[in-house]
Design a protein around this ligand. Structure first.
Ligand SMILES: *[C@@H]1O[C@H](CO)[C@@H](O)[C@H](O)[C@H]1NC(C)=O
Ligand SMILES: *[C@@H]1O[C@H](CO)[C@@H](O)[C@H](O)[C@H]1NC(C)=O
Length: 569
């Protein structure tokens, strides 16, 4: 395995050289791992992100309806340690606190999502509009704008109203297209005067595959080989419809943009001299980001998906492909429905060809005919799937540029988690991850990729779906054991702040200085966190002891008064 890795690295290195000969940046001619000192274009937007279910809490407050995630988490055995997002970071009650963290970082933008059932408790506009839910987002938006922070708003970050799931089958049913469009239209109407960047869906790949194929995510369906494709089909149509609604009804007044946030790992051929591996790696990326991006930019699914799923379906004896088809009207309706592309990216895999026999069970995974590998030397500081492979980010961005006509890109998610139950605020590995991934993004911009902004994922530690609270992605640590959910800065806050204020990486001496300083400050934050049990103890003092003492005082005074009165008599 190891000698193989060594040759791989060499191959990759050669590929980098080949790719870069066309460019006039000689810095790419050095080693793949070399760091590029330089700054981002003026006006580059720096941000951090969150999502409603992961941070808001208040799952049943102020008239909010249930989402599929509320119901999914309340069933035992679905989530690590049976945790839920019921209270999470209590973001619903902590708008002011969180705005001050955003200001502390000096962010240009903040990305959050609107909870559909908080605004439309049954999901359906004609049933009931929950004004209290609207008010929460009104306050959040107003406070962001007062502080010159641009909101980037996601309409759907996985929390479908439960009623729509129960009554109609959720994303398996085409009727979601209209319900989602009505919800989006309401958001444009009520918030569109203040929001100029709309994202229809966050990472529909996960919604489709983990929600409808493997069942690890809500709604927990295991419709192998069909469920993910059907859900994705409806999601793509819903995205297109919402884009058209904005385009025809709101764009001229509100002058904003509508995009989608697609996540994708990069897939690198194990052996770049092997045509089969090259094709397998291409399939990996096409089945991932291409599944959604190709219809949106070119009108139809990637040819390789149509070919492979079609072939596998007929081997199973099915009359039609398990991959649904778009009519020609639908193709032209869907094509070009993206004003900017949100890119979420975390990690990379090596890919090799692997043929799955035409058995009875076909899944999204076996349809691709490939195997995923990782290099054992890649650092994996956090989640088990999350290996740090910075150069994959640049590859993916260049792929997006060449495949989809160099679209305007906002990075909507990029970051790293940490190991279980870690209370370490000195997150050196996150500093390393951010530094190298942001640097690869800078290189991609030099390659001509049109990246306009970067969103670190995420502002806070939060509920991590099926992983519960066992994985922490935040720049800020949240103490979930304390019911006030206090936030503490990790060292990466200091480091990210410096990147933002310098709009890049000025020179080696300074960047190393940032890191050293960040690591110094975090030890005092660590002491704060260690003192936290004391703080909660002090809260107990105020909540129990103080009222008790007061009551006793009043009683004693009463007795004393009676005593005095008696003496007088
Ligand atoms: C979660 O719930 C399941 C089913 O009730 C139970 O078997 C399991 O022990 C629970 N786990 C924890 C950590 O409470
Ligand atoms: C799909 O939704 C419609 C309502 O919009 C409903 O009448 C129909 O029964 C649903 N189909 C399925 C299979 O649930």
């Amino acid at each position: 395995m190891l000698p193989r890795c060594a040759t791989r690295v060499c191959n990759v290195f050669v590929l980098v050289l080949c790719l870069s000969t066309a460019e006039d940046f000689d810095w790419t001619k050095s080693d793949r791992g070399s760091f590029y000192y330089g700054t981002f274009p003026t006006g580059f937007s720096w941000g951090a992100g969150s999502s409603a279910y992961q941070t808001e809490g208040a799952w049943d407050k102020d008239g909010k309806g249930l989402s599929i995630w509320d119901v999914f988490c309340h069933k035992k055995g679905r989530i690590y340690q049976n945790e839920t997002g019921d209270s999470s970071c209590e973001g619903y009650y902590k708008v002011k606190d969180d705005i001050s963290l955003i200001k502390e970082l000096k962010l240009n933008h903040y990305r959050f999502s609107i909870s559909w059932p908080r605004i439309l408790p049954t999901g359906i506009k004609s049933d009931h509009v929950n004004e209290k839910g609207i008010k929460y987002y009104d306050i959040l938006l107003d406070q962001l704008l007062e502080n010159n922070i641009t909101p980037i708003v996601t309409l759907y970050h996985w929390d479908l109203p439960q009623v729509l799931q129960e009554k109609y089958g959720g994303w398996q049913n085409i009727s979601m297209v209209n319900y989602f469009n009505e919800f989006a239209n309401l958001c444009f109407e009520r918030f569109g005067n203040r929001v100029k960047y709309w994202i229809t869906f966050n990472n529909p790949w996960v919604m489709a595959v983990e929600g409808h194929e493997t069942g690890e995510h809500a709604p927990g369906l295991k419709l192998r080989g069909t469920g993910a494709y059907r859900a994705a089909h409806h999601i793509i149509k819903a995205h297109a419809k919402v884009w058209h609604t904005y385009d025809t009804q709101w764009r001229s007044k509100q002058k904003g943009m509508v995009g989608i946030s697609l996540s994708g790992d990069w897939g690198e051929p194990v052996d770049i001299t092997n045509q089969k591996d090259i094709e397998a790696a291409e399939r990996y990326v096409q089945f991932y980001m291409g599944w959604f991006a190709t219809p949106i930019f070119h009108g139809d699914y990637p040819q390789v998906m149509k070919d492979f799923i079609g072939k596998k379906s007929s081997q199973q004896g099915l009359g039609t492909s398990r991959l649904p088809t778009f009519s020609s009207q639908e193709k032209s309706y869907i094509k070009g429905t993206c004003d900017f592309l949100g890119v979420g990216h975390f990690t990379t895999r090596y890919i090799t060809q692997k043929t799955y026999p035409a058995g009875r069970i076909s899944t999204y995974f076996t349809d691709r005919d490939l195997a995923e590998l990782v290099d054992p030397s890649w650092p994996d500081p956090g989640s088990e799937w999350l290996y740090s492979v910075p150069w994959g980010f640049r590859r993916l961005l260049n792929f997006v540029k060449s495949q989809y006509g160099n679209p305007m890109i906002y990075i909507t998610e990029n970051g790293v988690s940490e190991k279980m139950m870690c209370t370490e605020l000195c997150d050196e590995w996150r500093i390393q991850y951010l530094k190298s991934y942001i640097n690869e993004m800078l290189k991609a911009i030099r390659d001509g990729v049109n990246v306009k902004g970067y969103t670190a994922w995420s502002l806070l530690d939060k509920f991590e779906w099926d992983e519960g609270y066992s994985e922490r992605f935040g720049l800020y640590y949240v103490d979930f054991r304390n019911k006030n959910k206090p936030r503490y800065p990790k060292a990466s806050v200091q480091f990210y702040k410096r990147i933002i204020s310098s709009n890049g990486f000025p020179n080696q001496r300074e960047v190393e200085n940032w890191k050293r300083k960040a690591m110094e400050t975090c030890s005092s934050s660590n002491q704060l966190l260690a003192a936290d049990p004391l703080t909660s103890h002090m809260e107990m003092v105020t909540e129990i002891v103080v009222p008790t003492v007061c009551t006793l005082c009043i009683l004693l005074s009463a007795v004393f008064l009676m005593f005095l009165l008696r003496r007088r008599n």
